[in-house]
Write a protein that binds this ligand. Structure first.
Ligand code: UDX
Ligand code: UDX
Length: 467
């Protein structure tokens, strides 16, 4: 196979990874027809909505690309069988959440959706295909997929590649347009395997310089994705661990981060202190890594990575606890305004967002929380809290009030907490906010985005991370 033989691509899973990735491939390869399929009818309907503001995923630059390509060479459909049948190449982009039951509960990745995809492909395919694992998965999952395809299939030939996605939400389109590297794992040792590797390489080569496309064996590719996420999360936990020490010693975390980050061996990226990392990947992937290590009896390695998660939990707890302690040891019946609910700015994604855990902790102390987030839908916030299963959902509903107007959230509040680093929060009229809040007016800046000197001058009592 070569680039010219790929006329049809199907992607199973129209989520945060599948949707934007396929939109960019469609944009860059107008000669290839791309169909993104999903079992979720609502999601597909939203992807097909005439009003591009209703796409199920918010990413800067995404709707412009969808507008250019949808209906031309990019299609969204629930007809999974047809999508698979027509395709020369199939991307698997379904979710692989942490298992909530049985063996490996709370740690291992749940591969039931991956297996379902493999079985479906085996069942309906009539011609040879390249299968690309996009979902983040444990090492050696390709083997599982291969075993199902070879044993369930009808004699059709498959080539399996691993092509993990490194895009970060909020900058997905930029990351896809201009990736640091594209990683493709495959079977170098056979001619057919190398052909499959080269075919996918030729697609990315349409817009990514060849030297940034790395070919490896499948296992290296799968493990590289887990490792990259573990290293990134570790950096955040490292800087966050130092925030606790800074607060006790009078050192300033921003100065520390600058001093440390200017060492070119360390580098200055991903050293932003925060209320804790969230997102769909870091927590899940580290749990998965820890599980794999434990199951291979590498207990010291498992404990090492587990600490990254423990520090992250500690950071969220510390932030919430500081709010209670500072508000005279109780937040019972006090109004706390949350600015931000998403796990980072420029996304409507809330998976594992620190805001959920901080809210949960404060509600346990009977706080009334009013939340404003520019992109997150209101029912989603309540659902996020309910999913923690901490208490009766009626209590969550009466304790958490999502609002459309930030000034409504802060009116008569005892404290404002910044949970997401949305740029607009910096631009707010903080004099006005001060005038409508209860006094003393506290600000807990969980992202260190506000000008604390300016706020202090207005009259606020300001707490930032690591200061
Ligand atoms: C997910 C994983 O979280 C990530 O680890 C992996 O790298 C890629 O897939 P994301 O795209 O963010 O990332 O997940 P999500 O937004 O949940 O999208 C997955 C989609 O797959 C959902 O729309 C779901 O309906 C769909 N799906 C799931 C199927 O179409 N079929 C299935 O059998 C299971
Ligand atoms: C991450 C990886 O960056 C990406 O390569 C992979 O494909 C998926 O997982 P994502 O979760 O979308 O991407 O966002 P990322 O920018 O990595 O941020 C993750 C979390 O860490 C966010 O909650 C963010 O606020 C936090 N963070 C990040 C910090 O607290 N400090 C930092 O310096 C950087």
């Amino acid at each position: 196979m070569n680039f010219n033989s790929i006329k049809n691509i199907c992607c199973i899973g129209a989520g945060y990874v599948g949707g934007p990735t396929m939109a960019v491939i469609a944009e860059k390869c107008p000669e290839i027809k791309i169909t993104v399929v999903d079992v979720n009818e609502e999601r597909i309907k939203a992807w097909n909505d005439n009003n591009l503001d209703n796409l199920p995923i918010y990413e800067p630059g995404l709707k412009e690309i969808v507008q250019k390509t949808r209906g031309k060479n990019l299609f969204f459909s629930t007809d999974i069988d047809k999508g698979i049948k027509e395709a020369d190449m199939i991307f698997i982009s379904v979710n692989t959440p942490t298992k909530t039951y049985g063996k490996g509960k709370g740690m291992a990745a749940d591969l039931k959706f991956i297996e379902l995809c493999a079985r479906k492909i085996a069942e309906v395919s009539t011609e040879s295909k390249i299968i690309v694992e996009k979902s983040t998965i444990p090492v050696r999952t390709a083997q599982t997929i291969k075993s199902i395809l070879d044993n369930v299939g009808t004699g059709v030939k498959y080539h399996i590649l691993s092509n993990p996605e490194f895009l970060a939400e909020g900058t997905a389109i930029d990351d896809l347009h201009n990736p640091d590297r594209v990683l493709i794992g495959g079977d170098h040792d056979s001619k057919e395997g190398q052909d499959a590797l080269d075919t996918l390489t030729s697609i990315y080569e349409k817009w990514v310089p060849r030297e940034r496309i790395l070919q490896t064996n499948v296992w290296s590719s799968e493990l590289s994705k887990l490792t990259a996420n573990a290293f990134l999360a570790q950096r955040v936990s490292s800087i966050n661990a130092m925030t606790a020490l800074c607060e006790k010693t009078g050192a300033d975390i921003e100065e520390l981060a600058r001093a440390v980050g200017t060492d070119t061996r360390i580098g200055n990226k991903f050293l932003k202190p925060s209320v804790g990392f969230g997102g769909s990947c870091f927590n899940k992937d580290i749990l998965n890594l820890v599980y794999i290590c434990k199951s291979l009896n590498l207990n010291e390695v498992a404990s090492y990575w587990e600490q990254v998660l423990l520090i992250n939990d500690y950071q969220k707890y510390r932030f919430a606890d500081n709010i209670i302690t500072t508000l005279y040891n109780t937040v019972t019946d006090k109004k706390i305004a949350f600015l931000g609910w998403a796990f980072k700015k420029n996304t409507n994604d809330t998976r594992e967002s620190a805001a959920i855990y901080v809210a949960d902790y404060l509600i346990e102390d009977k706080a009334n929380i009013y939340v404003y987030d520019p992109k997150v839908e209101h029912p989603k916030m309540i659902r996020d809290l309910n999913e923690l299963n901490t208490r009766d959902s009626s209590i969550n509903e009466s304790s958490l009030s999502p609002v459309d107007d930030p000034y409504l959230a802060v009116k008569d509040a005892h404290a404002v907490a910044i949970l997401t680093e949305w740029d607009e929060f910096i631009e707010y009229d903080w004099e006005k906010i001060f005038s409508i809040m209860k006094k003393p007016a506290f600000v807990f800046d969980g992202r260190n985005i506000l000008d604390s000197k300016k706020l202090t001058k207005i009259g606020f009592k300001v707490y930032q991370i690591g200061k």
